[in-house]
Design a protein around this ligand. Sequence first.
Ligand code: COA
Length: 257
Amino acid sequence: MYNYLKVVREDAICILYISVPQSLNALNSKVLAEMNSFVDNIDDSVRVLIITGDGEKSFVAGADIAEMKDKDEYQAAEFANLGSTVFRKIELLDIPVIAAVNGYALGGGCELAMACDIRIASSKARFGQPEVSLGIIPGFSGTYRLAKLVGPSIAKEMIFTGKNIKADEALRIGLVNSVVEPEKLMDSAKELANTMIKKAPIAIRIAKKCINKELTMTIDAAIAEENEDFGYCFTTKDQKEGMSAFLEKRDPEFKNK
Ligand code: COA
């Protein structure tokens, strides 16, 4: 069905492999179009999405430099818009999205990882926004998300120098949640996914929406929003089940209702 994506279902977990072996999984407009279609058509039964790079070496080595080289300013802005739109859709999916960063996450690769909710890195992963080495800036929303994640000062240092950082440094600055040995990467991502799958899906969806939305709000508006969403949880059967199960000292059986 796809030329540049491999999609693997394991029960309620969906694993999306970005697979462009000739360019270390660089994102060209065809790959982005396929990702767009994948996100638009993701099955309702998927409870957690894991995104990773196919192959040993690279998560995503950035946007495709060969495709970008001869673009004019309008074509370049359109390309940036395509990547940013797809990444924003990933960020707004109402299920948790985990980036399992198996290797190079440079430029658009770092930006893709940042659009995910959680990042687990292999100790072999390398992160960076090398765009200034190419005479451009991050174009798939990296200036925004990197500054939000690690703070403007560290984001500026990374973006102004274009230097790559190792996984342990990415952990130190808060760019990734954890670092694991390469052979444990997918198992760690699945273990995390399975922990989330056991929880109430509507509550996770609402919590994700709250956190994403509140990042752009004042604290008072965010508190009001959270109060309302907290109340909404009490309209669900899963809230009754979760609390009953606790009081009855048994495991809850959530029904996504
Ligand atoms: N766009 C297009 N092609 C890319 C690419 C990208 N972002 N990243 C890697 N490739 C291609 C290389 O051109 C090379 O193709 P070739 O075999 O036809 O020569 C192939 O992938 C392998 O890359 P190579 O550079 O030979 O591997 P390496 O192990 O020496 O280096 C990287 C790996 C990731 C450090 C290096 O490829 C790199 O710096 N890539 C660009 C990263 C970047 O600037 N990304 C931001 C773009 S905005």
